[in-house]
Design a protein around this ligand. Structure first.
Ligand SMILES: O=c1[nH]cnc2c1ncn2[C@@H]1O[C@H](CO)[C@@H](O)[C@H]1O
Length: 322
């Protein structure tokens, strides 16, 4: 596929074991041109996310791709962040303690880079958001035109009509910054939300990992090293011998949306109380008597079903070719 025909994507990421898989899948997919990575806290703190993003690009031989560092705080300037190092390891990459990268992030911050690129290529950029939505909300606040300029935002977040993974109410990326998530869901951009109601259906089994390990691909070999911890976490937390492919599935939704079905409606995020971080979709099936917090807000698309075997096969194929 000629570079001009490829979908330009920026991945906002908190690497993260499944982020590493997602970044590699994107780099090996001819349908997309990764024009930048922006970093955010979530699976690790932002400084480590930046280090890991640079490291992963070096592993993949793609140091031509810029990395813009994101914010270290929530949208309300909170510094007490929830970081999931118990899922991904202290280093975010399965406790492998890789040497530091040689590269450096660019001068521009993540929100500045997002605003700049969306302005430069109006309607053409897809932002794939794999962590808490703070950078994207900051971009919305920085430039009132951002939500119009950006082509699409495909985000991993929410747990629509199922339990969360931080607590029964809340999924990790939304829980990380619920106020930012609410800004993004209601900003008016073209949004696809892929929640864990969908990503929990895309499981890489232990057999799949063995298949990956048997391929000679350099990236496949690298991933097999970092995946061990992710498998033990899933066995421990969910009693399954497999791992959920949250981030790689979201990357696939960005360029092959036909492998999913969607519903549409207004999504608001609970920011208070015991259900802080809950995502609630208004399905348009009733006209309420009173004005609600969902009234007159823009609709988004929310993924409902996924062709899980097709998504898994695509992820495996791309990683084994590598
Ligand atoms: O139990 C968990 N707590 C926090 N984060 C998690 C947990 N399980 C998975 N993830 C991470 O959060 C995103 C999907 O919600 C994914 O990036 C996944 O790696």
């Amino acid at each position: 596929m000629a570079t001009g025909d490829r979908k330009k994507i920026i991945i906002d990421t908190d690497p993260g074991i499944d982020d590493a898989m997602a970044i590699f899948v994107a780099l090996k997919s001819p349908e997309v041109d990764v024009i930048g990575l922006t970093t955010i806290y979530g699976n690790v703190y932002t400084a480590l996310a930046t280090r890991n993003a640079l490291h992963l690009l070096e592993v993949a031989g793609r140091t031509d791709i810029p990395v813009a560092e994101g914010t270290h705080k929530t949208i309300l300037n909170g510094t007490k962040l929830r970081v999931a190092d118990f899922v991904h390891g202290k280093d975010g990459l399965g406790n492998q303690n890789f040497p530091p990268p040689e590269g450096k992030p660019i001068e521009k911050s993540a929100p500045e880079f997002l605003v700049e690129q969306a302005k430069l290529y109006p309607g053409e950029i897809t932002v794939v958001a794999l962590g808490p939505l703070t950078n994207i909300a900051l971009a919305v606040q920085l430039d009132p035109e951002f939500s119009k300029n950006v082509g699409q935002i495909v985000l991993l977040g929410g747990s629509f009509a199922v339990n969360g993974n931080v607590n029964p109410a809340s999924e990790a990326n939304i829980f990380g910054d619920p106020e930012a998530a609410d800004i993004v869901f209601t900003c008016g951009a073209d949004i696809i939300a892929v929640g864990i109601n969908v990503t929990h259906q895309v499981v890489m089994t232990a057999d799949d990992r063995d298949k990956l390990a048997s391929s000679n691909g350099k990236l496949a070999q690298y991933l097999c090293k970092i995946l061990d911890l992710y498998y033990s976490y899933h066995l421990d937390a969910y009693e399954i011998k497999g791992v959920y492919l949250h981030d790689p599935t979201t990357i696939i939704a960005a360029f092959l949306p036909s492998l999913f079905t969607y519903t549409e409606g207004v999504v608001r995020v609970q920011t208070d109380g015991i259900t802080r971080g809950l995502t609630l979709l208004y399905n348009n099936q009733k006209r309420f008597e009173e004005e609600t917090e969902w009234s007159d807000k823009p609709s988004v698309k929310v993924a409902v079903t996924v062709d899980a075997p097709a998504v898994l096969k695509l992820i495996m194929d791309r990683l084994m070719e590598s």
